[in-house]
Design a binder for this molecule. Structure first.
Ligand SMILES: [Zn+2]
Length: 268
């Protein structure tokens, strides 16, 4: 069961896209011994030491997350979203077997057919998941949570939409997820009766920070197209607490900009 859980998560983050369908054994075998997490012994500071495949976590020059500051403003917005409603398929993904209350994320795998189009490239939404606290910062300010919507193109390119989450009023759009957060790590649960709508989870203002970065988890693959909404989404303190009690501390520290372009695309 444990290996199966790992595979689902890897499938979502690997640059090669979802190898799960084509070569599940290959993916599993490659990463079989590379346990990683967020503790001192297996956390972001030593990810590169855990496997030769994780070298980019230390050597990479275009890593994520970053502090979103000093952005150049651009007005052109070529992003199109076509998200379909789906039934809830939620898993609590555990990267480690031997550390309790650490290295978890809550992940929602998404049905086929929801797309994000950027500069004429179509990316399909594969899954979304959460970090507590946020990974990105804005002008040095961190947030209580961050949601990542992971999209993969036919060519295997990855585009991630990031939504920063701050404390505020109750947000009922998140209730289907909040009410079904698995308290125990386990396999995927498919809740036929629970509908989720991505559009409702996103901020009203669609302005986004854009830059080229990486996965924020091993193998830290680069070439990931990042879109982080400038407007934070509000969740109530109890809603945030529902996530925090199972995944607190699964955030990678900020990485250097290294002269990368950072644009702020203002929504028309
Ligand atoms: Zn993430």
């Amino acid at each position: 069961m444990y290996k199966r859980i790992r595979l689902v998560g890897l499938c979502a983050v690997l640059l090669s896209g979802c190898q799960e369908q084509s070569d599940p054994e290959g993916v599993e075998a490659e990463d079989h011994d590379s346990h990683w997490g967020y503790e001192e012994a297996d956390g972001p500071g030593v990810w590169a030491d855990l496997s030769p495949e994780f070298l980019l976590c230390r050597e990479g020059q275009a890593q994520s997350p970053i502090d979103l500051t000093d952005a150049q403003t651009a007005s052109l917005d070529l992003m199109g979203m076509n998200y379909q409603p789906a039934t809830l398929r939620i898993i609590r993904h555990e990267h480690l077997v031997d550390v309790i209350n650490s290295g978890h994320t809550i992940q929602i795998n998404y049905d086929e057919g929801s797309t994000l189009t950027v500069d004429a490239t179509e990316f399909e939404l594969a899954q979304y998941h959460f970090h507590v606290p946020s990974e990105h910062a804005v002008d040095g300010k961190s947030f209580p949570m961050e949601m990542h919507l992971v999209h993969v193109s036919e060519q295997g390119e990855i585009a991630v939409l990031g939504v920063l989450i701050e404390e505020g009023s109750h947000n009922s759009a998140f209730d289907p997820v909040v009410e079904h957060i698995p308290l125990e790590a386990g396999g995927e649960e498919h809740l036929e009766h629970v509908q989720v709508e991505i559009d409702d989870l996103l901020p009203a203002d669609r302005s986004t920070f854009r830059y080229s970065g990486s996965l924020t988890t091993p193998p830290c693959s680069e070439g990931v197209r990042w879109f982080v909404f400038a407007q934070a989404q509000e969740l109530s303190p109890p809603q945030i607490q529902s996530f925090a009690r199972v995944i607190r501390g699964n955030n990678r520290p900020l990485q250097p900009h290294n002269g990368r372009d950072l644009l702020l695309h203002r929504s028309p």
